[in-house]
Write a protein that binds this ligand. Structure first.
Ligand code: NAI
Length: 329
């Protein structure tokens, strides 16, 4: 079995080599998966891709010509893979739905806490000998209402931290309700109610046509003034210009995000001193009420180990024809 890895970083090479107990042949390419680099999958049984590798029909056709039979996502989200087209070409798609929900939930918490007290701004000021407190005042989190959209693994950890540690009220919205916490202290509600009552809104649902742009002009108008929005899921859940308008008008107090709409060509690479020619990103980078991190929520040692281990289990299940919940159908 030969597997070609795209968008590989050193931490991928390290963790996949460490957990390669079956001695599969692994080839690590730094390049993302593009129509050009897809040709390098020749003689591979599988390709392994990451969150920003777009695997569309044209790329699937090239993989098919190269006799690739399996696309392994070393991540949970599968919104950039045309898995329905892959199925028509008899190529299976597998993902790692669960590796460390703690990692993402904890990152959402750090984003919330840093944004709430403007820690990054304070730190930057102090480094420049500016010890003023202007614009650093904000509220206690205790007793605030947190609205969480998407309630599977990550949300449950995030919701527990916010309720047990900080005494927040939790409102939740999902198309499927979690029985685990419902009777205790989580109140499921509809989206309109969540938008109107929440002081802080955190997005934890996948990107689907039904969730795309769910945070838009209309939903922002329903929200409380000075709402904080946290996005550790996928950028496209928000409507970019409506978010920027909400920030400029002061309706949104803070927007803290680990994801960005054009991150595919920008994130995970050092572009220091380059003009990225991306006016929206520039606006976000310069906006005093935006906290942006480079899609790092998943990145803990534990998560990397689990991603590699699960990917190898996926390969084994594929080879043996075992049933698995990790197939993207
Ligand atoms: P998940 O993505 O499997 O599902 C979350 C929940 O969303 C489910 O309970 C599902 O019923 C719900 N959902 C589906 N359609 C919905 C809709 N229309 N409205 C409301 N809820 C809906 O769960 P998980 O693992 O909690 O991940 C959440 C998201 O976080 C992922 O989809 C992924 O995009 C993102 N993620 C980001 C990472 C990062 O490093 N920033 C790392 C891992 C995941």
């Amino acid at each position: 079995m030969k597997i070609t890895f795209y968008s590989s970083k050193k931490y991928d090479t390290d963790s996949f080599k460490k957990h390669n107990l079956e001695n599969y042949e692994l080839e690590f390419l730094e390049s993302s998966l593009t129509q050009e680099s897809a040709a390098l999958s020749k003689w591979s049984d599988a390709v392994c891709v990451f969150v920003n590798d777009r695997v569309d029909a044209k790329i699937i056709d090239i993989l098919k010509k190269n006799w690739v039979k399996l696309i392994l996502l070393r991540c949970a989200g599968f919104d950039k893979v045309d898995h329905q087209y892959a199925a028509t070409q008899w190529i299976k798609v597998m993902r790692v739905p669960m590796y460390s929900p703690h990692a993402v939930a904890q990152h959402a918490l750090w984003l919330l806490l840093c944004a709430n007290r403007n820690i990054h701004t304070a730190n930057n000021r102090v480094k420049k000998n500016n010890f003023t407190l202007d614009w650093l005042i904000w509220s206690d989190i205790q007793d605030k209402t947190i609205g969480i959209i998407g309630t599977w693994l990550i949300w449950a950890i995030f919701a527990k931290m916010m309720h047990w540690w900080f005494g927040c009220n939790i409102l939740a919205y999902d198309i499927v309700q979690s029985e685990e916490l419902i009777s205790l202290w989580v109140k499921y509600t509809d989206l309109e109610d969540l938008f109107t009552q929440s002081d802080i809104i955190s997005l934890h649902c996948p990107l689907f046509p039904s969730t795309k742009n769910m945070i838009n002009k209309q939903s922002i108008e329903q929200m409380k003034s000075w709402v904080m929005i946290i996005n550790t899921s996928r950028w496209e859940l928000v409507e970019t210009h409506d978010i920027l308008d909400g920030l400029d008008q002061g309706k949104i107090w803070y927007f803290a995000t680990d994801v960005y709409e054009n991150e595919q060509n920008i994130f995970f690479t050092d572009h220091e001193d380059k003009d990225l020619k991306d006016p929206v990103l520039k606006k976000l980078q310069e906006h005093p009420k935006v906290l942006l991190t480079p899609h790092q929520a998943f990145l803990t040692h534990e998560a990397l180990d689990q991603i590699a281990k699960t990917t190898f289990v996926n390969i084994k299940d594929f080879i043996k024809g075992n049933e698995s919940h990790n197939y993207v159908l």
